[in-house]
Design a protein around this ligand. Sequence first.
Ligand code: IMP
Ligand code: MG
Length: 181
Amino acid sequence: MQTVSANLPLKKILISEEQIIRRVKELGAQISKDYEGKTPLFVCVLRGSAIFYAELVKNINTDCHLDFMCLCSYSGTCSSGKVRFMLDLREDIKNRHVIIVEDIIDTGTTAKYITDLLSTRGPASVELCTLLDKPSNREAAVKPRYCGFTIENEFVVGYGLDYNELYRNLPFIGVFDESKQ
Ligand code: IMP
Ligand code: MG
């Protein structure tokens, strides 16, 4: 049982490390089954999805390729509504089965931007896999094929997710408490 250190600005632990690891194993098993023989390309959307991505690909037991892209869309706890492109994939995705791995889908702006962008490059398929989904805040029409946990409209940190670049290293997902900042 994990406890919140008093000097962290958190209301509570929402999802423990054990719960995440268990769920990611299930997602890995499902994806491995769905993509058997297809050698999918897993796209890590830096920086938020890095920790989830590493855990997920360890649980893929079919041949696969890994690649990385970097986007920025957030400042503090408010979505800026704009997506900035910092780093593109190295792989040519034409005729490849692509799985975009995200930390969280909130308004959906980022996920839609990446999906639309990669779809213009002629892939065989493009699907989304997200650790967290906040469907109540959705503005863009996106629906992840694979989702770890559906959560309420609260700002969370940990397991790759940040508040102004802090707390990505926490091994669990916690609900952020702005009043303790
Ligand atoms: P969207 O474009 O509004 O769906 O936002 C997606 C991005 O916003 C994610 O990749 C995160 O970087 C960030 N984000 C959204 N909600 C949270 C949150 O609760 N905690 C930390 N980052 C978040
Ligand atoms: Mg992010």
